[in-house]
Design a protein around this ligand. Structure first.
Ligand code: NI
Length: 180
């Protein structure tokens, strides 16, 4: 088990488009397992490779809550092949935007094709929370964050807060280095 560092916004690495995975080999499967460990540890319900600094089309999700048994999905090259016209609003958060939550409207049901950790092509139907998480994580592969779906006013407020926190953290780190 290896825990990876999660990149926190604002960071240019979160705004880049990720490249397709050619083949899910042992190294990719290991990355998927490490991403899942990192996600559970955070704790979160989804994580995309760009959030750990890897610009590849890989996401991991697990919508199981509280005492429910784990239901992890590891997906390479996920692709939405169908989405319902009907939409729903969910409150979303993101491990790269800690403590920030906003309501986002997305298609309610989707059909997703992806390559699993054994390099097999699979298709699943998702609705409810699973559908939201998959769409949120797939956005990361395009360099899109959930705040890109909300009003400029709300997004600017959130990004200003995160920028301020980052500046304080950087100053604290500099101070720690200077005093050691
Ligand atoms: Ni996210």
């Amino acid at each position: 088990m290896a825990l990876l560092d999660i990149i926190v916004a604002p960071d240019p690495r979160l705004k880049k488009k990720a490249a397709a995975v050619e083949r899910v080999d042992a190294a990719t499967a290991k990355l998927m397992a490490d991403m899942l460990d990192t996600m559970y540890e955070a704790p979160g319900v989804g994580l995309a490779a760009p959030q750990v600094g890897v610009l590849k089309r890989i996401i991991v999700v697990d919508p199981a809550r509280d005492e429910a048994p784990p239901a992890p999905l590891k997906m390479a090259n996920p692709e939405i092949v169908w989405a319902s016209v009907e939409t729903k609003i969910h409150e979303e958060g993101c491990l790269s935007l800690p403590e920030e939550y906003e309501e986002v409207r997305r298609p309610d049901k989707i059909k997703v094709r992806y390559v699993d950790e054994h390099n097999e092509i699979r298709t699943i139907d998702a609705e409810g929370l699973l559908s939201v998480i998959i769409q949120h994580e797939m956005d990361h592969l395009e360099g899109t964050l959930f705040v890109d779906h909300i009003s400029n006013l709300k997004r600017n407020m959130i990004m200003r807060r995160l920028t301020k926190i980052k500046k304080l953290d950087d100053a604290a780190k500099r101070h720690a280095i200077e005093t050691t």
